[in-house]
Design a protein around this ligand. Structure first.
Ligand SMILES: [Zn+2]
Length: 234
């Protein structure tokens, strides 16, 4: 059996197991419920083509936090930038495995946004790389002790005043289509926001490879990315 077939077989087995256990009812178009202790809970609208969310954001003072969302997929699925920005971290550590950190800079309100992608199987960008929205930055994986052996992307968003410490925020507050409205990245879409808005960190079903944005390398691509992130002040 070659690798793609083996991966596919493993994925099918995994999904069967998850379906049987009742953890994740479907691979796409579904989002887990918030834990009762999370406030506020956001009403989440999942596009039918978006890979499912197996765990929602949890930030409380009295139980183990989960300061991000988990998006399921199979090892090797493309992980993409939720908005244009500057890669400020690309490294591996034991707990969350391989991660990429993108600073999206302060927006028109002076609020800085930072997105973090964990448990990656592979990292395709390094510190100092300027990336465009939708550009592939790595692949989904299981790296790190907290990866749990189940292929998923642990995605975090930090948001705050420029020059001050950004704090952990529920990613559902920032979708391009509105609060709670998970927004698939569309290569032909127009994303022109004065304030930070983001698109889904993995590709949705039906994504056309031919429309993949050019990697943000070189002068022209850098200008494209600059138009979105404005000046990144570090
Ligand atoms: Zn997680």
């Amino acid at each position: 059996m070659n690798h793609p077939e083996r991966n596919l077989a493993f994925f099918a087995l995994l999904i069967s197991a998850l379906l049987a256990s009742g953890c994740v009812p479907q691979t796409h178009g579904w989002a887990s419920v918030y834990k009762p202790s999370q406030h506020p809970k956001i009403r989440v609208a999942m596009p039918a083509d978006a890979p499912s969310i197996s765990q929602e954001f949890l930030f409380t003072t009295h139980e183990a936090k989960h300061i991000g969302i988990d998006v399921i997929g199979k090892v090797g699925d493309p992980v993409i930038a939720v908005a244009g920005g500057l890669v400020t971290g690309s490294y591996s550590e034991p707990m969350y495995g391989d991660r990429v950190v993108i600073d999206h800079g302060p927006d028109a309100n002076g609020k800085r946004a930072i997105s973090i992608y964990k448990h990656l199987d592979d990292r395709l960008v390094s510190e100092g790389t300027i990336v465009a929205r939708g550009q592939q930055i790595g692949t989904l994986g299981t790296t790190g002790l907290l990866g749990g052996g189940i292929p998923h992307l642990h995605f975090e968003l930090f948001h705050g005043a420029a020059g001050q410490g950004a704090v952990s925020a529920d990613p559902h507050l920032f979708w391009a289509d509105g609060v709670g409205r998970v927004t698939c990245f569309d290569p032909s879409g127009v994303y022109d926001f004065a304030v930070f808005k983001m698109t889904y960190p993995v590709r949705c079903r039906g994504y056309r490879q031919s429309q993949e944005p050019e990697p943000a390398t070189g002068e022209i691509a850098t200008q494209q990315a600059d138009a979105e992130i404005a000046a990144v002040q570090l």
